[in-house]
Design a protein around this ligand. Sequence first.
Ligand SMILES: [Zn+2]
Length: 450
Amino acid sequence: MSLVNANSERTAVLFLAQGRVLRQLRYSEFEAVLDHVGAMGEFSSSQAQAVFIEIDGSLRVVAAVFFILEFDTRGYPDPQWNLPLQLLASQAQPGPDMGAGPIRLATRSRCPVSWHRDQLWDPPLTGSANPFETIAQLVLENRLGMSRCDPPAKGRTQLAADVEQSRYGVGLSDSATALRREERVRLARRLRAARGKVARLRIDQEKQLVELHSRHRRQLLELEQAVASLQLQLGDEQRVSSQLKQSLDAQAEHFSRMRNLISQQISTLENGGQLGQQLGEEFNVRLDAATAELQEQLERKDVELFYQDGEIKCLGEKVAHLEQQKVELEKKLAGSDFLHELSDAGVSFVAVQPGAGEFRVPLEDIPAYLESPLDYAARYCYVDIQHYRAWLEHNRKPVCQEASGNGKLCGLPVHRCGSPATFEPGESDRCSQHKASSLTLRQVMQSRGA
Ligand SMILES: [Zn+2]
């Protein structure tokens, strides 16, 4: 067995948590884990803290690399993980003494290759969680069954000395001891070789097992897919069959209805003559009844119209009669003998109205005066009725009629104009400020000033 193999036989990987070791693997077993030969379910979906250690023949730690490793949900490590642990261990800086002098130590803060530092972690160097003592103790317990050999051989010089000693008969017991030692070393080598073979076989077997599992999974998946596809087909065919059945049922029902209908038509045709006659008679009876009813309604409407015409005619006659009476009354009044007698006897009719004062009303104007004394007075004053009414209002209460913005009147007292004829709306009924003439003057002045 080569020296390299002997060294790799004395390397291991320990998984830690809070200063305790959860799992320890020989390096070959760790490689099998990296190859996904087996899963580590206890670390699923987590980032594990681990340490790679190199051990000497006396089971003392000589190098340690503290690294981290991610696991997926099924407990398999990150397949991209590829940290050169042996290289880091060989180039690491001196660390604490774990029995064989200062070890070579690689951690995040003491990483010999700067771009790998993120994949390392810093273990606590003091306190109860200090993992170095725990690791040293575990390695001494040797649960991994590491090969143990004596301290580095003295080399050929010592062996030659031993041979020389035996040649010169320097004690048989020494020679026997040397032989036993040689035998032990030989046995240890065979044992290591056998263990290595067993480990390789185990890894091969686990690989085969994984392949077998994966093949079975694939086959199972294919079978499941085939079953699903068949179930789909079956469903489709059941649907088609059900639709066909429904269609057949519907057709059967349709034929049955058709048959009944045809039977009925045949029997109708057989009784055809008699039925036609019956229907004709019934139709004529109904038609006669409807015609008679409509005729009756029409006659009623005619009677109503006749009465309405009579009423209208009667009312028209009444109106004409009343108008006639009115004309006659007016004539009687105008040509009343009594009034003529009074006039003939020298009586004059004198009226008094504001603004017009006392005035005589001729006999023929009496009806017009009686009809509207105000109109008559306005005519008498030579103004129209609106003008006369405005003057009456001014005469009653002589104040300024100018309406301001908020709808209220100015209301300042103004000079009372005594005659409707001289009264000028907008001038006579305005205060000095609101007279139309003063406004115009102001506008003229303003336009000149501008
Ligand atoms: Zn005013």
